[in-house]
Design a protein around this ligand. Structure first.
Ligand code: ADP
Ligand code: MG
Length: 696
């Protein structure tokens, strides 16, 4: 672990609370915090997303639809003839007239503020209305001698509710004024070569765009700021990696026990499994803590790799724990592992929230005494009364689904335990460093033999009947199907309603062989439904995506996904991976609400063309080009403020190399540049786990 250094004094102004900005009182404070964050720094890092050019012009030369500024004289007030009509003021500038219009907020006060004959500067969008020029709700209407109050280029900031864009802009300007010159932490030669500005100049340009081009992530100032952020993050990850490595851990070598377990498997390991296992073994035998990610598509066979490593650990007289995010998954892992391990005399226990009383006590005893060398379970594994005699390896499945503190609590059970994380979220190679920079990565990029491709097609929802008719025939012929309902508008309630409605419709068609699982179901019921589906008692399983579909039901051969266009490709890919595991030909139907946008169409096409998760992830990234391309934020992806991991992806590897180099030369960051880098680190404040701290 890194110790958090004292914050350098030079940053104090930026780490003052946002409430220290003028006008941020009790009413605005929570809005500012929600929009930007609690600190002046957070406001500083909030950039405009649009620019309005308010060119000064004359009425005769006014352009319709453009934001423009005019110097005018108030000609006449035209109050509404009756309620409900707008309030209007006619103004002129010697070349023509414009009518300023208020649909609301008009009234006699306007006559007082803008008396007839007054010289004013007015700015806003000009439109043609009933043959004349009109400006509805001017953005600015001030005395002519205050023309300079109207910015020629106005940066438009995000706003929310009562926190208006213009207020945000003012706060951002004030934050900018408080931003000090900071010591240069980047390599000067590199900056010069890349033609990137210094930090202060960059943040200033960030807030002073003069055109939409200036807002492009590819501008030098945005690249500079992005690089700083990526570099600070990579540095935190590299330090964390180095910190873990420096911790001694049990030396565990490849064992005969494990070899025997491998030979007893009903299949041979794939080349990728063999390679990954030997990478894991290399780490385990090294004497330093392993931090490795086993990354592989759904069905690639990660569990077996973990199992053989666990057998090595058991052979060394030590213990392993495998933690899964849900009870269903934990049980499934247990079912996979317990047999082969016990055949080698390795006792495995399953520990979930459901274990109570004497049975639970017995399991706890087995772990505390060391009789059980392997524990599989859910969060229940890190309850306070769970103790291990000698925990040497923790395996975390779908690691992004656990919070940092949960992972921490498990690792506290074995302070020097090796870590093997597993993930099926296909992260494009280009982004791997940002997501897993603190981990070594082993990839299972080869599927076990015999897997048949899943015939995938997309169909509009209007063809739902056809789809259900086919499903009915297939089910009559003994097939099993998943039917996935999407998480509509992020509300589990409505997703639930949709899934329930769908289940009712399908039950009407197919009878009692339709089951429903969703996140609100108590775990025992969920398991019962899943078990019934796995056993073939149920033919169709309707599920919301809140439900872990990481379950293995090889007999299921049909996957129907409703409103597929709403899903991330990675997620669709993972869902599809649920079928095509057995002997039968499988199919996947992507139902969508027509019409599809060109991009949505292209995205679904990718799925039809390939079933390589990495290719899919990479293509999806290209197509979406920005934002949160793969729903990465839910996958433990860092929330960057200034960097766009897609637009700036070329900078990621550079930042990672740079971070490694810096730490190799100056691990304590004591050199001149090292000290400046400490300022950078404090500025971004990445926590050791790679998340950014909001409050600092
Ligand atoms: P993952 O966790 O990567 O999605 P699993 O480890 O659950 O995949 O494996 C999926 C299925 O493939 C399991 O039924 C497993 O027994 C089987 N399997 C794993 N490795 C192989 C292999 N090399 N050959 C054939 N089947 C395999
Ligand atoms: Mg798995």
């Amino acid at each position: 672990m890194i110790c958090v250094a004292m914050r350098p004094e030079i940053l104090f102004p930026l780490f003052a609370p946002a409430t220290s900005l003028k006008g941020v009182g009790p009413k605005l404070a929570p809005l500012v915090e929600r929009l930007a964050g609690p600190l002046v720094r957070d406001v500083l890092f909030l950039g405009p997303n649009r620019v309005v050019h308010r060119g000064l012009t004359t009425v005769a030369e006014a352009l319709e639809g453009e934001d423009q500024t005019f110097l005018v004289t108030v000609d006449a007030h035209l109050p509404p003839g009756r309620a409900g009509l707008p309030y209007r003021i006619r103004v002129f500038d010697g070349t023509g007239f414009i009518t300023l219009t208020w649909f609301k907020g008009g009234g006699p006060h306007l006559a007082r503020q803008h008396p007839q004959g007054a010289q004013h500067a007015v700015s806003g969008r000009v439109e043609r209305y009933m043959g004349g020029l009109q400006m509805a709700h001017p953005d600015y209407l001030v005395d002519a001698d205050r023309l300079s109050d109207i910015p020629e280029f106005e940066a438009i900031y995000p706003a929310s509710g009562d926190l208006h864009a213009r207020v945000v802009r003012r706060l951002a300007q004030e934050a900018l004024e408080r931003a000090p010159e900071l010591p240069e932490w980047q390599d000067a030669a590199w900056l010069a070569r890349e033609k990137l500005p210094g930090w202060r100049a960059a943040i200033e340009a960030f807030h002073s765009p003069r055109s939409d081009d200036d807002l492009s992530p590819h501008t030098p100032h945005r690249r500079r700021l992005a690089y700083d952020e990526l570099f600070a993050h990579q540095l935190a990850l590299a330090q964390r990696k180095a910190g873990r490595k420096a911790e001694p851990a049990a030396v565990i070598v490849a064992s005969q026990l494990s070899e025997k377990a491998e030979r007893a498997l009903p299949f041979r390991l794939t080349g990728a499994q063999i390679r990954s296992l030997s990478e894991v073994r290399g780490d385990l035998a090294f004497g330093q803590r392993m931090s490795r990610l086993l990354q592989g598509d759904v069905g690639a066979g990660k569990t077996v790799v973990a199992m053989l490593a666990m057998a090595d650990v058991a052979a060394a007289g030590l213990q392993s724990a495998l933690m899964a995010p849900t009870e269903i998954l934990a049980r499934q892992h247990f079912d996979t592992l317990a047999g082969p391990l016990s055949a080698q005399g390795i006792q495995t226990v399953l520990l979930t929230g459901r274990d109570r009383g004497a049975a639970r006590m017995e399991k706890l005893m087995a772990l505390a005494s060391g009789d059980a060398a392997v524990a599989v379970g859910t969060h229940a594994l890190f309850q306070d009364d769970v103790t291990f005699k000698a925990l040497a390896l923790t395996v975390i499945d779908e690691q992004h689904r656990f919070g940092v503190s949960e992972r921490q609590r498990l690792s506290d059970k074995g302070p020097a335990a090796h870590l093997l994380a597993m993930s099926a979220t296909p992260i494009p190679r280009t982004l791997e460093l940002t997501v897993y920079g603190a981990l070594e990565v082993s990839r299972l990029d080869e599927k076990p033999p015999g897997r048949k491709p899943v015939a995938t097609r997309a169909a509009p929802t209007t063809r739902l009947e056809e789809v259900t008719a086919r499903l009915t025939r297939a089910v009559a012929g003994g097939a099993q199907a998943f039917w996935i309902c999407p998480l509509v508008s992020d509300s589990e309630d409505s997703a639930l309603a949709a899934a329930e409605a769908r289940a009712i419709v399908l039950k009407r068609l197919l009878g009692p062989k339709v089951g429903l699982v969703h996140g609100r179901l108590p775990p025992t019921e969920k398991d019962t439904v899943m078990a019934d589906f796995a056993a073939g008692t149920l033919s169709v399983l309707v599920a919301t995506t809140v439900v872990e579909v990481g379950v293995d039901v090889p007999a299921a051969s049909i996957m129907v996904i409703e409103q597929a266009e709403r899903f991330g490709l990675a997620q669709l890919h993972q869902l599809r991976g649920r079928v095509g595991r057995g002997k039968a030909d499988s199919s996947c139907v992507l139902l969508y609400d027509a019409p599809l946008s060109a991009v949505a169409q292209a995205r679904l096409d990718i799925l039809r063309r390939t079933d390589d998760g990495f290719v899919i992830a990479e293509k999806d990234l290209e197509l979406r080009g920005g934002g949160d391309p793969l729903g990465l934020k839910q996958s433990g992806f860092p929330a960057y403020r200034l960097a766009d991991p897609v637009a700036h992806r070329d900078l990621i590897a550079v930042a990672a190399d740079d971070a490694r180099l810096v730490l190799a030369r100056d691990p304590e960051l004591k050199s001149e540049r090292g000290k400046a880098i400490q300022v950078l680190q404090a500025l971004f404040d990445w926590r050791p786990d790679g998340s950014a701290s909001a409050a600092g």
